[in-house]
Structures are given as structure tokens and as C-alpha cells.
Design a protein around this ligand. Sequence first.
Ligand code: 3PG
Length: 394
Amino acid sequence: WKTLDDVALAGKTVLVRVDINVPMEDGRVTDATRIEKIVPTVEDIIARGGKVVLLAHFDRPKGKVVPEMSLSHVAPALQAALGRKVVFGADSVGEAAAAAIAAAAPGDVVLLENTRFHPGEEKNDPALAQGMAALGDVYVNDAFSAAHRAHASTAAIAGLLPTAAGRLMEAELRALEAALGHPVRPVVAVVGGAKVSTKLDLLGNLVTKVDHLVIGGGMANTFLVAQGVEVGKSLAERDMADTARDILGKARDAGCTIHLPVDVVVAREFKAGAAHETVPVAACPADAMILDAGPATVAALVGVFEASRTLIWNGPLGAFEIKPFDAATNAAAQAAARLTQAGSLVSVAGGGDTVAALNAAGAAGDFTFISTAGGAFLEWMEGKDLPGVAALMG
Ligand code: 3PG
């Protein structure tokens, strides 16, 4: 794929697909990370004499005009992050879009309305893509986190104009390549979260790619059940036990070592501050549930991190959203951050909950790379081709 360095930008109108699908409450952006991350691409294009026109989706309006999902609500936060005037276009194609582009002075940034207001967007409709392409001279995709969608503004449009990856897309692709494409070994993956059933493809792919797979969170309970361990009232998908055994077998065949908890923190109630105790994994009381991994598990995990050179992380190790059941996630995240800063580990993490957990642990800033992607990060970890990335290959 090409980067901004490979395309002529001077005097060009550059259509930049970004992901500014940010969380909002009461009309205000509550986490501007995705907006801040596109600033380098925007500045680079402007510095080279291009006019920036942003194409983006917001939420899931399903092909209809839903006023609450207008990108006009995001424009103030964008303007603040860029420190530039943002000219809003009331449509992503046609006259309203062209008028906004024409009205923008050099150095202004044009933000077009939610691409998903058009039914053709999610259908990857060539006609809609043509309409968008007609607005500019160059197409840049900087929306890795939307690259798992084959949409008009992420896929079909790429064939219609000179195309390049933006700086954020470039950074995401390079980080993922370093973590799973051609990583320095040994590689350890941490996969947590509630359910095995939502991460089957992920686990199946990882056991063929990594040297160590640490399974945490509720999904670890399913693996424990598969091994005949009693987990009391813990969240576990008992009907997935056979599947879990298949994954364990596949891992053995591939030479991937699976790490499950050896001790656990159990409680009778799922609430913050609930009375709890740490027990060996085989000693979960029948009326209790496992809410976190214990200190011996964390110590073993840190040992695996110390022996590894690359770490890829998706999902918390325990019920991190209620204290004190965030302890294992925090301790492991802090160890990974420390090893990264010491230069012995390349650490990459992604997925909504994961980033929230690593931020809460105060560790995210010390990781090598934190992806802005949720679903796209997962699909990429599953080994799937991402249409938005494939389209960049031309
Ligand atoms: C995301 O938030 O993960 C991306 O913006 C994609 O959104 P989607 O899941 O609605 O396609």
C-alpha cells in the first residue's frame, strides 16, 4: 500500500476517510482519542498544500437521516482538536458537499455529513462511491478501525482515485505487523473477556500463531470446566466445553502453550467491594463465583511476559469494571508496561474494553501501540482480511 509520501497532494482536494465514531453523552464527546489521532494526517496533507475533506460515519443510522447521528455534533470537538476552522457539509455527496468544499479557505478542514445516512454506504454501492470520488482528486483511508466494513467510503471508493493510507492507518498496520505478522519471538497473546463463543475464531487463529496464549476473564472458566474443574456459580459456557477442548488440542499440536488461572479470587456477589477470598483454582466453593485471577496466576503471567519479546492483548483478565476485581488486569498491565519501557517487550493492545482497562491501570501510555480499533482489531487478530485494508492494496 501507498502512504501520503507516495501521492501528489499539492493543490489537490484530498478525501480522507476517518473514524470519528466517538462516544458522546448529552451532545458532548466524552473521549476524543479517535479525533486526536487523525490530526497528524490532516496536518500533513495541509502542509503539502492539499485541501482536506473528511468522510466519516457516526453510529448506526442504517441508511436513514437520523438527526441525532449527524456529524455536525462532532464538529466542535474536531475544530478544537485541530485548531482549525471546520466547514460542515450537510451531505457526503452532491451539491451540499461540493458547496462546503468550495467554501473552505486554504487551511480549513471540510467535514461531510455521516456517510451512513445513505443506504448505499453499507452496501458498498459503486454509484455512491462514484459520487464521493467526484468530490476530490485523491483518496486517503485513515480509518483502520472501520476497515472491517466493506462500505462505499472504505472499499469501493478506493479503486476510483489515487489512493493512500493515512498516518494513523499506517501506524496501525505497522504495529499489527510487528505483533502478529512478523513478530520477534516468543510471542504471548492475552485474551480475556466474558465469553468463549464470541472469540472462537480469535482463539483458533492465535494458537497457530503465538507461542503462549493466556486466557483470562469469564472465558477462562469455560476452559476450566473443559478440564473438569468445578467453577461453582462462575460465568461459564458449559455447552462450549467440547469446543474449548478442541482449542486446547489444536494448541498442543501447534506448540502453543495455553496458560489458565492457577488461583482465583472468588466472591458470592457480583458487586464492587464484595467480600472475597483467593483460593487455588480447584477450590472454588460451590456457591461462589470467580471474578478475577489470583496473585500466583499474575506472577506466572509476568514470568511469561519476561520470557517473551512480543505481547498482543485483547480483553481483561477479570471483572475489571468493579473493584477490587481489577487487580490481576492492573498488575499484568503494569508489568507489560514496565517491560515495554525497559525495551524487552513490544506490546500492542486493542479493543474497546481492553483500552479502557489499560487506561484504568495507568499502563496504556507505556505500551508500544494502542489500537483505536474495536471490531477491526478483533477481526484482524482472527486472521481475516479487512476490506478497507485490502482496498488499499489496489
Ligand atoms: C467502531 O466504532 O468500531 C467503528 O467505528 C466501526 O463501527 P461499526 O461497528 O458501527 O461498523
